[in-house]
Design a protein around this ligand. Structure first.
Ligand code: SF4
Length: 182
């Protein structure tokens, strides 16, 4: 089993108007390009879970967002799926997504009513710009994961919860060059 050793912000409630930044986040997004966390829901295929859930959170029907591909049983579908998966244009949800370059935060459980509060900031405030640069570097080592059979559990997994139970927004990121794999 291989697990991620840390938690990072995954999306912003406010998003960004910076199209160039959205493009950088999509192009470096490990969720869709490396981990292949594709999602199927009610007959539609989504390139990533966020391109389904972000729309739902914004009270938009995901199947009407344009981010999903309706699954069909015909001879054209395989080609359509290939085009969908390899499109250089990211899902519309990327405007609110942080891909795999969100800021790191300490692992803890929060109440259902509070879980969106820390993410209610613009994309720029929730992004780890140094990690984004690292992800843009093809020689980076960001694909690495923790192997539970051989690796030591990261400190963040065993850190006790804070007394308030609140998660720390913007927990300092590791110094340059020490960005942990995500
Ligand atoms: S919405 Fe965009 S940035 Fe977020 S996981 Fe999907 S492809 Fe990546």
């Amino acid at each position: 089993m291989r697990l991620s050793p840390e938690f990072r912000e995954s999306y912003s409630e406010q998003g960004t108007e910076d199209g160039a930044l959205v493009d950088r986040i999509f192009r470096t997004c490990q969720v869709v390009h490396v981990w292949r966390c594709h999602t199927v829901h009610q007959g539609f295929f989504y390139r990533c879970p966020q391109s389904y859930f972000i729309h739902r959170g914004r009270k938009v029907k995901p199947e009407e967002s344009g981010d999903g591909l309706e699954i069909r049983d015909d001879g054209e579908f395989a080609q359509d799926l290939y085009r969908h998966l390899t499109s250089p244009r990211g899902p519309a949800a990327c405007r609110w997504g942080l891909g795999s370059a969100g800021r790191r935060f300490a692992h803890e459980q929060v109440s259902q009513r509070q879980w969106t509060t820390p993410g209610n900031r613009p994309t720029e405030a929730l992004l780890d710009p140094k990690l984004l640069e690292t992800l843009e570097n093809p020689t980076g080592t960001y694909h690495a994961k923790t192997d539970l059979t051989t690796d030591i559990l990261p400190e963040g997994w065993t850190r006790p919860r804070t007394r308030t139970g609140r998660r720390t927004v913007g927990t300092p990121n590791p110094p340059t060059g020490e960005a942990s794999p995500g």
